[in-house]
Each structure stands twice: as C-alpha cells, then as structure tokens.
Design a protein around this ligand. Structure first.
Ligand code: MG
Length: 269
C-alpha cells in the first residue's frame, strides 16, 4: 500500500443534514410532504433519483424540464447550506487517520463524484492532508465507474494495485474494485465485498504497510462488557481466517471472557 484514496461524503465529512435541509426546503415550496424517512431513502442515490423519491408523494405530474429545474434548485439550497460547514463537520477520527497515514509516508487522495468537493474541502480545511484530489468536476462517468479512482491514482503517480480506497457507498466500493484497488468499507450500509469493514472512520488505524480495523479497547469479566467489543470479538471468532494476529496484553487468548479485566485488541486483516 503506497496510497489511500478517500471518498469524501460519509467517510471524512457528513453533509447528510445539509442534503436533508435542501430537499425539505424544495418540498415546502412545492407543497409536497417530506420526512426524515423519505430523506433516508435518498441516501447513496443520484440527485435525479432522489428527486423521484420526493415527487412520489405529489399528486401532480412534472415535465422533464420542471424536474431538472427542481433538482438544480435543491442543489443551490444544498450549496447554500455548505457555506456553514466548519472544521467541526469532519467525522470523528478522520483527521487522526489522515495524520497517521501521512506520518507513515503514505500518499493521500480524495476520490469523490461530488462537484462540491472543492467547497467542502475548503470549508473543513481538509486540503492540507492531501497530495491529490479527483472529483466530479474532473470526470465524465460517476461511480460505480472507476474513472474517479483511476484519475486519483494517476495524480498520485501510483499504479492502482498500490492504492486502497475507503468508501461508504455500494457504488463506490464497486468502482474501487473495477479500478483494481483494495477497498475498505465504512458504515452500516450493504456494500458488497470489501477487503476490510469498519463501522466508522474512527475505527480505522494504519501503519506503513496496511490499514487495520481498529484498536479497540474492551473490558470483560468483572465489569460490564462493552457491546462494541463484544460484537467485534464475535466477528473475530466467526472469521478467524481474516485475522493474522491478535495482540492481547494478557497473552493467553483462552482467558478471553473469563478473567481479563481490560486491554486493547489490535485486529489485523
Ligand atoms: Mg460517500
């Protein structure tokens, strides 16, 4: 691994709330009911598909031109909201992993289909961590086409097989695989086959060779086990082939769940 290419939205930054506000404002203007659940169904789909979800609740029919105008209007509201992004809108752990990777000598890029990438990165002060950016303004084919990741790798001066992609959407995971890159899946969504899965960017750790799924603190025995650790331990025991080594402070794995008070598990895959 010589380079890591990060998707932006949902991996490093969350703009979900801004998308919601953009759609909600459009819906209000059009007199269409719109809820958080409707918004949830819009995740990971294109702007025009998202609009269709909203329009399903309207008794009216709309021309192609009207649809295009509404999608454009929603994006204007979204971009207006993006002006309020700050450093605080990067997801927990995002800066830490970027700093760790840079310290390990890994080259970093952003690979996002969003045309708003430069604005989002500027507002959240993310440019400083990256050697290259490839975004929706540079490409003609969105994910799952591999174009954006191949361009990012080229801008890093690296062959695809030396790059790892970090993604939170199924289309992005497919794009990475089609680009011939390894892929880390982030978040709860169904993503298809990934080389490594984490629930959020904060679980990702790194060294100069590879990315790991977490340094997880846990406690078992006397105190109440941390449910996150229990879930991870179960996954580890169910899929031991994905684990190369487990480092436990108590050395003896058989003691797990019986007498360990606390410790740190390093999960390598
Ligand atoms: Mg994403």
């Amino acid at each position: 691994m010589k380079g890591v290419i990060f998707d932006l939205d949902g991996v490093l930054v969350s703009t979900d709330e801004f998308h919601y506000r953009g759609w909600a404002r459009l819906a209000t203007e059009e007199g269409i009911p719109f809820t958080r659940e409707d918004n949830h169904r819009q995740r990971g789909v294109s702007r025009m598909e998202s609009l269709e979800i909203l329009l399903k609740k309207s008794p009216k029919s709309y021309s192609g031109e009207q649809r295009l105008e509404m999608a454009t209007r929603k994006n204007a509201y979204y971009v207006e909201c993006l002006q309020n992004l700050t450093l605080a809108d990067t997801l927990p752990g995002a800066r830490e992993i970027l700093v760790a990777l840079r310290a390990a000598g890994i080259k970093l890029a952003v690979g996002s289909s969003s045309r708003n990438t430069p604005l989002i990165m500027e507002k959240t002060d993310l440019f400083r961590y990256f050697d290259a950016v490839a975004d929706g303004n540079d490409i003609t084919r969105s994910k799952p086409d591999p174009e954006v990741f191949l361009l990012a790798a080229r801008r890093l001066g690296l062959p695809p097989e030396e790059c790892v992609v970090v993604e939170d959407a199924e289309a992005g995971v497919e794009a990475a695989r089609r680009a011939g890159m390894r892929v880390v899946g982030v978040g709860p969504a169904e993503l298809g086959p990934c080389d490594l899965r984490v629930r959020n960017i904060g679980e990702l750790t790194a060294d100069a060779q590879t990315l790991h799924a977490g340094v997880v603190t846990f406690s078992v025995g006397g105190s109440q086990p941390d449910p996150r650790s229990v879930a991870l331990l179960s996954a580890m025991l169910l899929q031991p082939e994905s684990i190369n080594s487990v480092v436990l402070p108590e050395k003896d794995l058989s003691a797990l769940g019986q007498r360990l008070d606390s410790g740190i598990i390093y999960l390598y895959s």
